[in-house]
Design a protein. Structure first.
Length: 416
């Protein structure tokens, strides 16, 4: 679709749906994971690309593609139909054409795109131990760094998890030589990184802050994960509950080519933030906070992701997320200081002029539920009417980009 036509279609969609952009689902597979099957897809729909390529993620308001070894065209990119339904285009293309309207002049002027995204990831077992590099490290492979945060919504965690613990960092006293042996032997001869780490219990309804360069193996929970716009990662674990990971593909993923083969392991050992990984991680837990100023009768707005991250040598607000619950028959006019990606957790209602409904189960991976939209800057700041038309609470998650809330966003006092 030509750029000028995309711009006209964005304008038409905003007019038709009361200032919001309806989005279709962006499913993502991972070769090193087994699907937890809590993403509301039919059980037969989790392997559309074959064995060892199970869909275990859904990305929200995403303008970047997934960097998997097995590449699927446009995988990870959020998209929308035109008003006629005869064509479709990506949110990335829409932002390129209408950036000032969609993400705001200040943010678009600085980044030239929507610089964040969120996802659900849901695995049968905890993810393998890995970390995401910071800006300086990721720049060596042409990518930005990636801090992230987690929130575990009860609506997507209805059954008891196989393992609700997340391994984070390293045990006090762990040495560089011990970590080097884990990478060199890739989990064999007793050199398994899981013996060197600390495990923290995760609680549904709460969240966690995860800085760049921090080793972690997220719990087997369905996790909502606002993060910076990057798919960079480095794998540190060779063996999982269901077998060995492909050493030739994953061990030196996102290690710069200019690092010689003999130095790759030593390079990875030094990539992690050693003081941060050896510290107690408990201060990174995020407790939900009631936002009284944006709540009212039948309307409850909660902070579920907040806090700052190191970027460019400073502590900065990079992303945040809120949970909005609206009782049956109630309505509210939402006024946020910035754009957001919104997803319906439960219930039904009308957002602007867009009728939404949380799906119980999608029979086909190509089904298009009415449970996701993008709230442009101009709509969020001028006011967006949301009404619950169902018999149960309408529950919405929305996440925001950098420097949106300022002092109105809570801070974590003991984060490391």
């Amino acid at each position: 679709m030509q750029a000028t036509h995309v711009g006209r279609q964005v304008d038409a969609l905003l007019d038709a749906f009361g200032g919001v952009l309806p989005l279709g689902p962006a499913w993502v597979h991972r070769e090193f994971c087994q699907a937890g099957m809590d993403l509301r897809l039919h059980p037969h729909q989790y392997m559309p690309f074959g064995p060892r390529k199970e869909v275990d993620e859904r990305w929200f308001a995403s303008t970047i593609g997934a960097k998997n070894t097995f590449r699927v065209p446009n995988e990870g990119l959020s998209w929308m139909f035109s008003t006629s339904g005869r064509s479709r285009f990506t949110l990335a293309a829409a932002v390129e054409e209408r950036g000032n309207v969609l993400v705001g002049g200040t943010m678009y002027g600085k980044y030239r795109h929507w610089p964040v995204y969120s996802k659900y990831f849901n695995n049968r077992q905890p993810l393998p131990h890995h970390m995401h590099g910071d800006d300086a490290q990721a720049a060596l492979v042409g990518l930005p760094g990636k801090p992230e945060s987690y929130y575990w919504p009860p609506e997507y965690n209805m059954h008891r998890s196989a393992d609700d613990g997340t391994m984070i960092g390293l045990r006090p006293g762990t040495t560089r030589e011990q970590l080097r042996n884990c990478l060199l032997h890739w989990g064999t001869r007793g050199h398994d990184i899981r013996f060197l780490t600390m495990k923290y219990a995760m609680k549904v309804g709460r969240g966690w802050r995860m800085p760049a360069r921090r080793l972690h193996a997220p719990a087997a929970l369905c996790t909502y994960e606002p993060q910076w716009r990057s798919d960079v990662f480095n794998m540190f674990q060779g063996k999982t509950e269901d077998g060995w990971l492909d050493r030739s593909v994953l061990l030196f993923k996102d290690v710069p080519q200019q690092v010689s083969r003999d130095q790759n392991v030593d390079h990875m050992v030094e990539m992690i933030d050693w003081p941060g990984n050896l510290a107690d991680q408990s201060g990174n837990q995020i407790l939900p906070i009631f936002d009284e100023s944006r709540s009212g009768i039948g309307v409850t707005d909660m902070w579920v992701v907040y806090g700052t991250f190191q970027k460019g040598g400073e502590e900065k607000e990079l992303f945040s997320a809120k949970r909005l619950d609206i009782d049956p028959g109630a309505e509210t006019t939402l006024r946020d200081p910035g754009a957001s990606g919104m997803q319906v957790l439960a219930g039904s209602g009308v957002i602007g002029k867009y009728e939404v409904q949380a799906p119980y189960m999608l029979r086909d991976i190509y089904d298009v539920p009415r449970d996701e939209c993008f709230i442009p800057y101009v709509t969020a700041t001028s006011g967006l009417k949301i009404r619950n038309t169902g018999l149960v609470p309408l529950t919405l998650l929305r996440y925001f980009g950098p420097d949106v809330w300022g002092n109105d966003m809570p801070r974590l006092q003991n984060a490391v």
